[in-house]
Design a protein around this ligand. Structure first.
Ligand SMILES: NC(=O)c1ccc[n+]([C@@H]2O[C@H](COP(=O)([O-])OP(=O)(O)OC[C@H]3O[C@@H](n4cnc5c(N)ncnc54)[C@H](O)[C@@H]3O)[C@@H](O)[C@H]2O)c1
Length: 429
Protein backbone atom coordinates (compact mmCIF):
# COMPACT_ATOMS: atom_id res chain seq x y z
CA UNK A 1 0.00 0.00 0.00
CA UNK A 2 1.39 3.40 -0.89
CA UNK A 3 2.01 6.02 1.80
CA UNK A 4 -0.72 8.17 0.32
CA UNK A 5 -3.35 5.48 0.77
CA UNK A 6 -2.55 5.33 4.48
CA UNK A 7 -3.95 8.80 4.99
CA UNK A 8 -7.53 9.58 5.78
CA UNK A 9 -8.11 11.91 2.86
CA UNK A 10 -10.80 14.56 2.65
CA UNK A 11 -13.50 13.68 0.11
CA UNK A 12 -12.76 16.82 -1.92
CA UNK A 13 -9.32 15.56 -3.05
CA UNK A 14 -8.65 12.94 -5.72
CA UNK A 15 -6.74 10.11 -3.94
CA UNK A 16 -5.06 9.20 -7.25
CA UNK A 17 -3.80 12.70 -7.86
CA UNK A 18 -3.10 14.45 -4.59
CA UNK A 19 -0.85 17.04 -6.20
CA UNK A 20 1.33 19.19 -3.90
CA UNK A 21 -0.74 18.19 -0.85
CA UNK A 22 0.52 14.60 -1.39
CA UNK A 23 4.12 15.88 -1.22
CA UNK A 24 3.39 17.70 2.03
CA UNK A 25 1.79 14.57 3.55
CA UNK A 26 4.92 12.55 2.78
CA UNK A 27 7.05 15.21 4.46
CA UNK A 28 4.88 14.99 7.59
CA UNK A 29 5.24 11.19 7.57
CA UNK A 30 9.00 11.56 7.56
CA UNK A 31 8.97 13.73 10.65
CA UNK A 32 6.42 11.78 12.72
CA UNK A 33 8.97 9.32 14.21
CA UNK A 34 10.83 12.27 15.73
CA UNK A 35 7.86 13.88 17.45
CA UNK A 36 7.81 11.67 20.57
CA UNK A 37 4.57 11.90 22.54
CA UNK A 38 3.44 14.85 20.39
CA UNK A 39 2.89 12.35 17.55
CA UNK A 40 -0.52 11.80 19.15
CA UNK A 41 -1.54 15.15 17.65
CA UNK A 42 0.03 14.67 14.21
CA UNK A 43 -3.30 14.22 12.37
CA UNK A 44 -3.91 17.92 13.12
CA UNK A 45 -1.17 18.70 10.59
CA UNK A 46 -2.72 16.48 7.91
CA UNK A 47 -5.93 18.49 7.59
CA UNK A 48 -6.39 22.18 6.93
CA UNK A 49 -8.31 23.90 9.70
CA UNK A 50 -10.46 25.80 7.20
CA UNK A 51 -10.69 25.88 3.39
CA UNK A 52 -12.86 28.45 1.67
CA UNK A 53 -13.69 28.22 -2.05
CA UNK A 54 -15.23 31.33 -3.56
CA UNK A 55 -16.70 32.32 -6.90
CA UNK A 56 -15.20 35.59 -8.14
CA UNK A 57 -17.43 37.12 -10.82
CA UNK A 58 -16.40 40.33 -12.57
CA UNK A 59 -17.56 42.38 -15.50
CA UNK A 60 -14.87 42.43 -18.19
CA UNK A 61 -14.05 45.62 -20.07
CA UNK A 62 -16.04 44.38 -23.10
CA UNK A 63 -19.19 43.86 -21.02
CA UNK A 64 -18.98 40.06 -20.67
CA UNK A 65 -19.17 38.47 -17.20
CA UNK A 66 -16.28 36.20 -16.21
CA UNK A 67 -16.13 33.86 -13.21
CA UNK A 68 -12.90 32.84 -11.49
CA UNK A 69 -12.27 30.22 -8.83
CA UNK A 70 -10.74 31.65 -5.65
CA UNK A 71 -9.42 30.00 -2.51
CA UNK A 72 -8.27 30.88 0.99
CA UNK A 73 -7.01 28.02 3.13
CA UNK A 74 -6.04 28.34 6.79
CA UNK A 75 -3.98 25.28 7.55
CA UNK A 76 -3.22 25.85 11.21
CA UNK A 77 -3.68 28.73 13.65
CA UNK A 78 -2.47 27.11 16.88
CA UNK A 79 0.48 29.51 17.24
CA UNK A 80 -1.14 32.70 15.93
CA UNK A 81 -3.25 34.13 13.12
CA UNK A 82 -3.00 32.64 9.65
CA UNK A 83 -0.33 34.15 7.41
CA UNK A 84 0.50 33.49 3.79
CA UNK A 85 0.43 34.88 0.29
CA UNK A 86 -2.12 35.08 -2.49
CA UNK A 87 -1.21 33.60 -5.87
CA UNK A 88 -2.77 34.44 -9.23
CA UNK A 89 -2.04 31.64 -11.67
CA UNK A 90 -4.01 29.65 -14.21
CA UNK A 91 -2.90 26.34 -12.66
CA UNK A 92 -3.84 27.12 -9.05
CA UNK A 93 -5.72 24.21 -7.45
CA UNK A 94 -7.16 23.55 -4.02
CA UNK A 95 -4.47 20.90 -3.43
CA UNK A 96 -1.77 23.45 -4.24
CA UNK A 97 -3.23 26.14 -1.97
CA UNK A 98 -3.62 23.56 0.83
CA UNK A 99 0.03 22.51 0.50
CA UNK A 100 1.25 26.10 0.34
CA UNK A 101 -0.79 26.94 3.45
CA UNK A 102 0.70 23.97 5.30
CA UNK A 103 4.23 24.96 4.28
CA UNK A 104 3.46 28.41 5.73
CA UNK A 105 2.53 26.81 9.08
CA UNK A 106 5.81 24.92 9.05
CA UNK A 107 7.83 27.93 7.90
CA UNK A 108 6.41 30.31 10.50
CA UNK A 109 7.07 27.79 13.24
CA UNK A 110 10.55 26.90 11.91
CA UNK A 111 11.69 30.51 12.15
CA UNK A 112 9.58 31.07 15.27
CA UNK A 113 7.39 33.98 14.18
CA UNK A 114 4.00 34.00 15.96
CA UNK A 115 1.80 33.03 13.01
CA UNK A 116 -0.08 30.01 11.80
CA UNK A 117 -0.17 29.08 8.13
CA UNK A 118 -2.56 30.16 5.39
CA UNK A 119 -2.54 30.72 1.63
CA UNK A 120 -4.86 31.97 -1.05
CA UNK A 121 -5.14 31.99 -4.78
CA UNK A 122 -7.23 32.65 -7.84
CA UNK A 123 -7.21 30.35 -10.82
CA UNK A 124 -6.49 32.98 -13.46
CA UNK A 125 -3.73 34.07 -15.80
CA UNK A 126 -3.56 37.73 -14.73
CA UNK A 127 -1.75 38.64 -17.95
CA UNK A 128 -5.07 38.18 -19.75
CA UNK A 129 -6.70 40.94 -17.65
CA UNK A 130 -6.53 44.70 -18.02
CA UNK A 131 -5.53 46.72 -14.95
CA UNK A 132 -9.17 47.69 -14.17
CA UNK A 133 -10.22 44.03 -14.54
CA UNK A 134 -7.38 42.96 -12.23
CA UNK A 135 -8.54 45.52 -9.67
CA UNK A 136 -12.19 44.40 -9.86
CA UNK A 137 -11.17 40.75 -9.50
CA UNK A 138 -8.92 41.51 -6.52
CA UNK A 139 -11.60 43.56 -4.77
CA UNK A 140 -14.33 40.95 -5.29
CA UNK A 141 -12.01 38.15 -4.12
CA UNK A 142 -11.06 40.16 -1.00
CA UNK A 143 -14.68 40.82 -0.24
CA UNK A 144 -15.52 37.12 -0.63
CA UNK A 145 -12.75 35.96 1.71
CA UNK A 146 -13.36 38.96 4.00
CA UNK A 147 -15.30 36.78 6.42
CA UNK A 148 -12.18 34.85 7.41
CA UNK A 149 -9.31 37.36 7.04
CA UNK A 150 -8.36 40.22 9.38
CA UNK A 151 -5.30 41.58 11.20
CA UNK A 152 -5.82 39.18 14.11
CA UNK A 153 -7.29 36.32 12.05
CA UNK A 154 -5.40 35.80 8.80
CA UNK A 155 -3.08 38.21 7.02
CA UNK A 156 -2.54 37.75 3.24
CA UNK A 157 0.61 38.89 1.40
CA UNK A 158 1.97 38.80 -2.17
CA UNK A 159 3.00 35.58 -3.90
CA UNK A 160 3.40 34.64 -7.57
CA UNK A 161 1.86 37.32 -9.83
CA UNK A 162 0.61 39.50 -6.97
CA UNK A 163 2.34 42.64 -5.75
CA UNK A 164 2.18 45.77 -3.59
CA UNK A 165 -0.57 47.32 -5.77
CA UNK A 166 -2.75 44.24 -5.36
CA UNK A 167 -2.12 44.32 -1.59
CA UNK A 168 -3.23 47.99 -1.57
CA UNK A 169 -6.54 47.09 -3.25
CA UNK A 170 -7.01 44.23 -0.78
CA UNK A 171 -6.32 46.55 2.16
CA UNK A 172 -8.69 49.19 0.80
CA UNK A 173 -11.50 46.70 0.11
CA UNK A 174 -11.24 45.14 3.56
CA UNK A 175 -11.11 48.61 5.17
CA UNK A 176 -14.16 49.83 3.22
CA UNK A 177 -16.15 46.75 4.17
CA UNK A 178 -15.18 47.07 7.84
CA UNK A 179 -15.68 50.85 7.96
CA UNK A 180 -12.16 51.56 9.21
CA UNK A 181 -8.58 51.88 7.98
CA UNK A 182 -6.89 48.55 8.58
CA UNK A 183 -3.29 48.59 7.43
CA UNK A 184 -2.47 45.35 9.29
CA UNK A 185 -4.85 43.15 7.26
CA UNK A 186 -2.23 42.46 4.56
CA UNK A 187 1.55 42.75 4.33
CA UNK A 188 3.72 43.51 1.35
CA UNK A 189 2.01 46.89 0.97
CA UNK A 190 3.75 49.97 -0.45
CA UNK A 191 5.68 51.97 2.14
CA UNK A 192 3.17 54.84 1.66
CA UNK A 193 0.45 52.56 3.05
CA UNK A 194 2.14 51.11 6.13
CA UNK A 195 4.43 48.80 4.20
CA UNK A 196 7.86 47.96 5.55
CA UNK A 197 11.17 49.03 4.14
CA UNK A 198 13.10 46.00 2.96
CA UNK A 199 10.00 43.83 2.33
CA UNK A 200 10.39 43.58 -1.45
CA UNK A 201 13.93 42.24 -1.19
CA UNK A 202 13.40 40.24 2.00
CA UNK A 203 12.87 36.77 0.55
CA UNK A 204 15.85 36.95 -1.80
CA UNK A 205 17.96 38.40 1.01
CA UNK A 206 16.96 35.54 3.30
CA UNK A 207 17.90 33.01 0.59
CA UNK A 208 21.31 34.66 0.34
CA UNK A 209 21.84 34.76 4.13
CA UNK A 210 21.08 31.06 4.70
CA UNK A 211 23.11 30.08 1.64
CA UNK A 212 26.07 31.93 3.17
CA UNK A 213 25.54 30.11 6.49
CA UNK A 214 25.43 26.73 4.74
CA UNK A 215 28.56 27.63 2.76
CA UNK A 216 30.37 28.67 5.93
CA UNK A 217 29.48 25.33 7.56
CA UNK A 218 30.98 23.54 4.55
CA UNK A 219 34.07 25.77 4.33
CA UNK A 220 33.06 27.23 0.96
CA UNK A 221 33.82 30.85 0.15
CA UNK A 222 30.81 32.59 -1.44
CA UNK A 223 33.10 35.05 -3.26
CA UNK A 224 34.13 33.26 -6.44
CA UNK A 225 31.49 30.53 -6.05
CA UNK A 226 29.08 29.64 -8.89
CA UNK A 227 25.32 30.13 -8.75
CA UNK A 228 22.50 28.98 -11.07
CA UNK A 229 19.06 30.54 -10.57
CA UNK A 230 15.71 29.34 -11.87
CA UNK A 231 13.14 32.14 -11.78
CA UNK A 232 14.39 35.68 -12.18
CA UNK A 233 11.50 37.46 -10.48
CA UNK A 234 11.39 39.01 -7.05
CA UNK A 235 13.09 36.14 -5.21
CA UNK A 236 15.49 34.81 -7.85
CA UNK A 237 16.45 38.25 -9.15
CA UNK A 238 17.19 39.63 -5.68
CA UNK A 239 19.15 36.56 -4.59
CA UNK A 240 21.16 36.68 -7.83
CA UNK A 241 22.04 40.34 -7.26
CA UNK A 242 23.14 39.76 -3.66
CA UNK A 243 25.34 36.81 -4.70
CA UNK A 244 26.76 38.93 -7.53
CA UNK A 245 27.48 41.80 -5.11
CA UNK A 246 29.27 39.32 -2.83
CA UNK A 247 31.58 38.31 -5.69
CA UNK A 248 29.85 35.09 -6.79
CA UNK A 249 29.45 34.18 -10.47
CA UNK A 250 25.88 33.72 -11.72
CA UNK A 251 26.59 31.04 -14.32
CA UNK A 252 22.99 30.36 -15.42
CA UNK A 253 19.56 31.95 -15.16
CA UNK A 254 16.27 30.50 -16.33
CA UNK A 255 12.70 31.77 -16.40
CA UNK A 256 9.56 31.13 -18.44
CA UNK A 257 11.09 32.97 -21.42
CA UNK A 258 14.39 31.13 -21.72
CA UNK A 259 17.70 30.00 -20.20
CA UNK A 260 21.01 31.85 -20.39
CA UNK A 261 24.44 30.53 -19.47
CA UNK A 262 27.89 32.06 -19.05
CA UNK A 263 30.68 30.05 -17.45
CA UNK A 264 32.54 33.09 -16.09
CA UNK A 265 29.39 34.76 -14.80
CA UNK A 266 26.52 36.82 -16.21
CA UNK A 267 26.50 40.57 -15.67
CA UNK A 268 23.58 40.62 -13.23
CA UNK A 269 22.78 44.38 -13.30
CA UNK A 270 22.63 44.14 -17.12
CA UNK A 271 20.45 41.04 -16.90
CA UNK A 272 18.07 42.72 -14.43
CA UNK A 273 17.76 45.71 -16.79
CA UNK A 274 17.08 43.31 -19.70
CA UNK A 275 14.39 41.46 -17.70
CA UNK A 276 12.58 44.68 -16.83
CA UNK A 277 12.69 45.73 -20.50
CA UNK A 278 11.95 42.40 -22.19
CA UNK A 279 9.86 40.66 -19.51
CA UNK A 280 12.27 37.78 -19.02
CA UNK A 281 15.83 36.48 -19.40
CA UNK A 282 15.12 35.15 -22.92
CA UNK A 283 17.00 37.11 -25.60
CA UNK A 284 19.71 38.38 -23.21
CA UNK A 285 22.79 38.88 -25.31
CA UNK A 286 25.29 38.79 -22.45
CA UNK A 287 25.12 34.99 -22.26
CA UNK A 288 24.59 31.89 -24.38
CA UNK A 289 21.00 30.64 -24.83
CA UNK A 290 20.79 26.97 -23.80
CA UNK A 291 17.96 24.42 -23.83
CA UNK A 292 15.68 24.55 -20.79
CA UNK A 293 16.50 20.97 -19.71
CA UNK A 294 20.26 21.68 -19.83
CA UNK A 295 19.83 24.18 -17.00
CA UNK A 296 19.70 21.28 -14.53
CA UNK A 297 23.05 19.87 -15.62
CA UNK A 298 25.01 23.13 -15.19
CA UNK A 299 27.99 22.67 -12.89
CA UNK A 300 27.53 25.06 -9.97
CA UNK A 301 28.03 25.47 -6.24
CA UNK A 302 24.56 26.84 -5.50
CA UNK A 303 21.43 25.89 -7.43
CA UNK A 304 18.53 28.18 -6.51
CA UNK A 305 15.09 27.12 -7.70
CA UNK A 306 13.05 30.34 -7.34
CA UNK A 307 10.11 29.82 -9.72
CA UNK A 308 7.32 27.32 -9.08
CA UNK A 309 6.89 24.03 -7.22
CA UNK A 310 7.68 20.56 -8.57
CA UNK A 311 10.71 21.62 -10.63
CA UNK A 312 13.30 19.16 -9.28
CA UNK A 313 11.90 15.67 -9.76
CA UNK A 314 13.16 12.09 -10.12
CA UNK A 315 13.52 12.93 -13.85
CA UNK A 316 16.17 15.64 -13.50
CA UNK A 317 17.63 15.29 -9.97
CA UNK A 318 20.27 12.84 -11.20
CA UNK A 319 21.66 15.46 -13.57
CA UNK A 320 22.18 18.12 -10.91
CA UNK A 321 25.82 18.99 -10.29
CA UNK A 322 25.61 21.43 -7.37
CA UNK A 323 26.90 21.40 -3.79
CA UNK A 324 23.81 23.15 -2.43
CA UNK A 325 20.22 23.45 -3.54
CA UNK A 326 18.79 26.50 -1.78
CA UNK A 327 15.02 26.56 -2.25
CA UNK A 328 13.78 30.08 -2.98
CA UNK A 329 10.50 28.73 -4.38
CA UNK A 330 7.95 26.88 -2.30
CA UNK A 331 7.96 23.13 -2.83
CA UNK A 332 10.36 22.99 -5.80
CA UNK A 333 11.73 19.52 -4.93
CA UNK A 334 9.65 16.32 -4.85
CA UNK A 335 10.38 13.84 -2.00
CA UNK A 336 11.83 11.34 -4.53
CA UNK A 337 14.19 14.00 -5.88
CA UNK A 338 15.08 15.00 -2.32
CA UNK A 339 16.32 11.45 -1.69
CA UNK A 340 18.33 11.43 -4.92
CA UNK A 341 20.00 14.73 -4.01
CA UNK A 342 20.78 13.49 -0.48
CA UNK A 343 22.31 10.28 -1.89
CA UNK A 344 24.48 12.40 -4.17
CA UNK A 345 25.74 14.35 -1.15
CA UNK A 346 24.00 17.57 -2.18
CA UNK A 347 22.80 19.68 0.75
CA UNK A 348 19.25 20.95 0.28
CA UNK A 349 18.42 24.07 2.28
CA UNK A 350 14.62 23.66 2.36
CA UNK A 351 12.03 26.26 1.35
CA UNK A 352 10.55 26.47 4.84
CA UNK A 353 13.88 27.87 6.00
CA UNK A 354 15.49 29.35 2.87
CA UNK A 355 12.59 31.51 1.69
CA UNK A 356 11.36 32.53 5.14
CA UNK A 357 12.87 36.03 4.82
CA UNK A 358 9.69 37.31 3.18
CA UNK A 359 7.38 36.28 5.97
CA UNK A 360 9.91 37.48 8.53
CA UNK A 361 9.75 41.04 7.18
CA UNK A 362 5.98 40.63 6.74
CA UNK A 363 5.96 39.93 10.48
CA UNK A 364 7.95 43.14 11.03
CA UNK A 365 5.47 45.02 8.82
CA UNK A 366 2.51 43.68 10.83
CA UNK A 367 4.20 44.64 14.12
CA UNK A 368 5.02 48.13 12.78
CA UNK A 369 1.41 48.59 11.58
CA UNK A 370 0.02 47.58 14.98
CA UNK A 371 2.31 49.97 16.84
CA UNK A 372 2.25 52.68 14.11
CA UNK A 373 5.98 53.00 14.66
CA UNK A 374 8.29 52.35 11.72
CA UNK A 375 11.87 51.08 11.67
CA UNK A 376 14.79 51.97 9.42
CA UNK A 377 15.78 49.66 6.56
CA UNK A 378 19.11 49.00 8.25
CA UNK A 379 17.33 47.89 11.43
CA UNK A 380 15.02 45.64 9.40
CA UNK A 381 17.83 43.98 7.47
CA UNK A 382 19.82 43.42 10.67
CA UNK A 383 16.85 41.85 12.45
CA UNK A 384 16.06 39.75 9.36
CA UNK A 385 19.61 38.47 9.12
CA UNK A 386 19.67 37.62 12.81
CA UNK A 387 16.42 35.61 12.63
CA UNK A 388 17.58 33.76 9.50
CA UNK A 389 20.99 32.94 10.98
CA UNK A 390 19.51 31.75 14.28
CA UNK A 391 16.93 29.61 12.47
CA UNK A 392 19.66 28.05 10.31
CA UNK A 393 21.81 27.37 13.39
CA UNK A 394 19.04 25.65 15.38
CA UNK A 395 17.82 23.61 12.41
CA UNK A 396 21.30 22.48 11.37
CA UNK A 397 22.02 21.49 14.96
CA UNK A 398 18.88 19.28 15.01
CA UNK A 399 19.93 17.83 11.62
CA UNK A 400 23.32 16.85 13.06
CA UNK A 401 21.79 15.52 16.29
CA UNK A 402 19.34 13.19 14.48
CA UNK A 403 21.48 12.61 11.37
CA UNK A 404 18.65 13.84 9.13
CA UNK A 405 18.37 16.31 6.24
CA UNK A 406 17.85 20.01 6.88
CA UNK A 407 14.27 19.60 5.59
CA UNK A 408 13.40 16.89 8.09
CA UNK A 409 15.15 18.90 10.81
CA UNK A 410 13.15 22.03 9.93
CA UNK A 411 9.96 19.95 10.06
CA UNK A 412 11.01 18.47 13.44
CA UNK A 413 11.58 21.95 14.91
CA UNK A 414 8.42 23.38 13.36
CA UNK A 415 5.99 20.51 13.96
CA UNK A 416 7.19 20.23 17.56
CA UNK A 417 6.42 23.93 18.12
CA UNK A 418 2.98 23.71 16.44
CA UNK A 419 1.94 20.56 18.27
CA UNK A 420 3.24 21.84 21.62
CA UNK A 421 0.98 24.86 21.15
CA UNK A 422 -1.90 22.56 20.16
CA UNK A 423 -1.33 20.39 23.22
CA UNK A 424 -1.19 23.20 25.77
CA UNK A 425 -4.20 24.95 24.25
CA UNK A 426 -6.13 21.68 24.46
CA UNK A 427 -8.90 20.51 22.20
CA UNK A 428 -11.97 22.75 22.18
CA UNK A 429 -14.55 22.22 23.66
N1 LIG B 1 7.85 36.93 -3.10
C1 LIG B 1 8.03 36.42 -1.89
O1 LIG B 1 8.20 37.17 -0.90
C2 LIG B 1 8.11 34.94 -1.69
C3 LIG B 1 8.27 34.46 -0.39
C4 LIG B 1 8.43 33.09 -0.19
C5 LIG B 1 8.39 32.23 -1.27
N2 LIG B 1 8.20 32.71 -2.52
C6 LIG B 1 8.17 31.75 -3.62
O2 LIG B 1 9.20 32.04 -4.54
C7 LIG B 1 8.79 31.66 -5.85
C8 LIG B 1 8.94 32.84 -6.79
O3 LIG B 1 8.17 33.92 -6.28
P1 LIG B 1 8.38 35.43 -6.77
O4 LIG B 1 7.71 36.29 -5.78
O5 LIG B 1 9.82 35.64 -7.11
O6 LIG B 1 7.50 35.42 -8.08
P2 LIG B 1 7.70 36.31 -9.41
O7 LIG B 1 6.38 36.28 -10.08
O8 LIG B 1 8.33 37.62 -9.10
O9 LIG B 1 8.77 35.46 -10.25
C9 LIG B 1 8.50 34.16 -10.69
C10 LIG B 1 9.60 33.77 -11.65
O10 LIG B 1 9.42 32.40 -12.03
C11 LIG B 1 9.57 32.31 -13.44
N3 LIG B 1 8.85 31.15 -13.96
C12 LIG B 1 7.51 30.97 -14.03
N4 LIG B 1 7.23 29.78 -14.62
C13 LIG B 1 8.42 29.24 -14.93
C14 LIG B 1 8.80 28.04 -15.57
N5 LIG B 1 7.88 27.16 -15.99
N6 LIG B 1 10.13 27.78 -15.72
C15 LIG B 1 11.05 28.65 -15.30
N7 LIG B 1 10.75 29.80 -14.70
C16 LIG B 1 9.45 30.10 -14.51
C17 LIG B 1 9.03 33.61 -13.96
O11 LIG B 1 9.49 33.84 -15.27
C18 LIG B 1 9.61 34.59 -12.94
O12 LIG B 1 10.95 34.90 -13.26
C19 LIG B 1 7.37 31.11 -5.69
O13 LIG B 1 7.45 29.71 -5.49
C20 LIG B 1 6.88 31.76 -4.42
O14 LIG B 1 5.86 31.01 -3.78
C21 LIG B 1 8.05 34.06 -2.76
Amino acid sequence: MSQQQNHALPSYLDPNDLGPWGIYLKQVDRVTPYLGSLARWVETLKRPKRALIVDVPIELDDGRIAHYEGYRVQHNTSRGPGKGGVRYHQDVTLSEVMALSAWMSVKNAAINVPFGGAKGGIRVDPRTLSQPELERMTRRYTSEIGVIIGPSKDIPAPDVNTNAQIMSWMMDTYSMNEGLTSTGVVTGKPVALGGSLGRTEATGRGVFVVACEAARDAGLDVAGSRVAVQGFGNVGGTAARLFYDAGAKIVAAQDHTGTVFKADGLDVPDLIAHVSRAGGVGGFEGGEAIAAEDFWGVETDFLIPAALEGQITSKNADRIRARFVVEGANGPTTPEADDILTDKGITVVPDVLANAGGVTVSYFEWVQDFSSFFWSEEEINQRLERIMREAYASISQVAKQHQVTLRTAAFIVACTRILQARQVRGLYP
